[in-house]
Design a binder for this molecule. Structure first.
Ligand code: APR
Length: 248
């Protein structure tokens, strides 16, 4: 594994345009559960029942009670872990331009990254379904479920539910970033949800080196990724950064 760590540091050192695609695995060490695999949210809930826009419109009380309240408690307390901090340092070194994240926890921005494409929106904000007013989730009073806007409209997360389109700007920019990258880090994603999982394919087809960081292999590992560094995101990023410091 050490040789792959050194290889990743060398690939980053000579890269001109680096991007990262992150998934729930990047935030697990901040206490935010993944969706799939051990302890995954979708082992507890059926995503079509609690995370589909039709379910939310049909029964916002159920979705707020089953999914959103728990998420709010977890995200409100979450802090950036070594993976987020390492990616922020990579940007400081001029060795990471853009993060495309599937996560809705805002931890990349909290760690200091300045160009973060929130592919699935963000949980840090709620918006009114009537007047579109945006309110920070931390400031929403959830003593009443579902919470309401001053106009009387119901508040919903500014995240993308299943059954909704990816924000066009996020989709367009992500494709552009993937096309322009000469290295893409793919960190903590099972790569089973489209079109996010297409971004490493676009990067690969455009000639990028795709470096996966995940304790397990994924659908990308054999066909798209140049190599998989098997390990947790925080420790792996720390080790790559240590080798990179010696090269810069
Ligand atoms: N470090 C890095 N990766 C990890 C770690 C860790 N410590 N622990 C687990 N993983 C990996 C798992 O092996 C898995 O491949 O993180 C991945 C988590 O996969 P998912 O839970 O499917 O999360 P993600 O890929 O982000 O899901 C994509 O699905 O439900 C939707 O909108 C939701 O954005 C989400 C999308």
């Amino acid at each position: 594994m050490d040789d792959l760590i050194q290889k990743a540091a060398a690939d980053l050192a000579q890269a001109k345009m680096v991007s990262a695609l992150t998934g729930a695995g990047a935030s697990i060490e901040s206490g935010i559960p993944p969706f799939r695999g051990k302890g995954g949210l979708w082992e507890k809930y059926d995503p079509m029942e609690v995370a589909h826009i039709d379910s939310f419109i049909q029964d916002p009380v159920k979705v707020w009670n089953l999914l959103i309240k728990d998420m709010k408690d977890i995200v409100d307390q979450a802090q950036p872990n070594d993976c987020h901090k390492g990616l922020a340092r990579l940007e400081e070194l001029g060795k990471l331009q853009t993060i495309i994240t599937q996560n809705i926890d805002g931890l990349h921005q909290m760690a200091g990254n300045t160009d973060v494409i929130e592919f699935h929106g963000t949980f840090a904000w709620q918006r009114c379904m009537e007047c579109n007013t945006h309110i920070e989730t931390r400031r929403v009073d959830i003593s009443e479920i579902p919470p309401h806007c001053q106009c009387g409209g119901i508040l919903r997360p500014n995240a993308v539910f299943f059954g909704e389109l990816i924000p066009q700007e996020a989709l367009w920019r992500s494709r552009q970033v993937a096309t322009d990258s000469d290295v893409m880090l793919v960190i903590g994603t099972s790569a089973v949800v489209q079109p996010a999982a297409l971004m490493p394919v676009v990067a690969k087809e455009s000639g990028a080196t795709v470096i996966e960081i995940n304790p397990e292999s994924t659908v990308l590992t054999n066909d798209i990724s140049d190599y998989l560094i098997k390990g947790p995101a925080g420790d792996t990023i720390n080790r790559i950064m240590a080798d990179l410091d010696a090269l810069l």
